[in-house]
Design a protein around this ligand. Structure first.
Ligand code: PEP
Length: 250
């Protein structure tokens, strides 16, 4: 079974119209395979991207509601109208800073899929949880909360393993640590559906840069990356993207 790679950029609350232009210029120069890259800028910048470019766009979160009196929220339909095809769901910053529960994340993921967006579900353990050897328990709980009651959504999802201790710290997981955890995730997902578990793209996220990505991507169960800080540097991000242009992973 071959899985096509995916590199996702998470700009968080950063960027500008000028950065959009620089990123479009940097990525347009690349021979990107179809659907290899998705850029998730702040929602207000989505419409600054040209209507047709050689990469996809995504949102960073969405409401689980369809529409209505939810001041400040963004619906799946609004994201789609602004050009998004993907949406990040359950990023650890939203879990921690916005109090997003596993239940809410499950509802958001369902809403995204119902509206035709591909969710990028983020899961990952804290440093303490890793030290206490609770990584697998935490990941299993985060995955079960979403897929145990709606296993059919796995086939429509991308999953990003993002150890919290590696996000924005400059301390990436080693390729071996990441592979071990990705293998566990894929094995756990097989409980819901064996075919979907083999097919689902698993991205690694946490201090990915142009220097460490190739070794991570060589791992059997790592199908790409979710990139934060380095995705704000168009030349470096383009280098990361270039590493996956060679096509599918065995
Ligand atoms: C992220 O926030 O999703 C992320 C992976 O950030 P960074 O690459 O900066 O660690």
């Amino acid at each position: 079974m071959q899985r096509t790679p995916l590199i996702a950029a998470n700009w968080k609350m950063n960027g500008s119209a000028a950065l959009v232009e620089e990123m479009v210029e940097a990525l347009t120069a690349l021979p990107l395979t179809e659907q290899a890259v998705v850029v998730c800028p702040p929602a207000t910048l989505l419409t600054h991207f040209p209507a047709s470019c050689n990469f996809a766009l995504g949102g960073q979160t969405l409401s689980h509601e369809i529409s209505g009196a939810f001041t400040g929220e963004l619906s799946a339909d609004l994201l789609q109208e602004a050009g998004a095809r993907y949406v990040i769901v359950g990023h650890s910053e939203r879990r921690a800073l916005n109090g997003e529960s596993d239940e809410l994340i499950a509802a958001k993921l369902a809403r995204a899929v119902a509206a035709g967006l591909t969710p990028i579900l983020c899961v990952g353990e804290s440093a303490t949880e890793r030290q206490q050897e609770k990584t697998q328990q935490v990941l299993a709980q985060q995955l079960d909360a979403v897929y145990a009651s709606q296993p059919e959504l796995l086939a429509k999802s991308v999953i990003a393993y993002e150890p919290i201790w590696a996000i924005g710290t400059g301390e990436s997981a080693t390729p071996e640590q990441a592979q071990t955890t990705h293998a566990f995730i894929r094995q756990h997902l097989a409980r819901y559906n064996t075919q979907s578990a083999v097919r689902v793209k698993l991205l690694y996220g946490g201090s990915v840069n142009a220097d460490n990505f190739a070794a991570l991507f060589r791992q059997a169960d790592i199908d790409g990356a979710l990139v934060g800080g380095a995705s704000l540097k168009p030349a470096e991000f383009a280098q990361i993207c270039l590493a996956v242009t060679k096509g599918a992973k065995e």
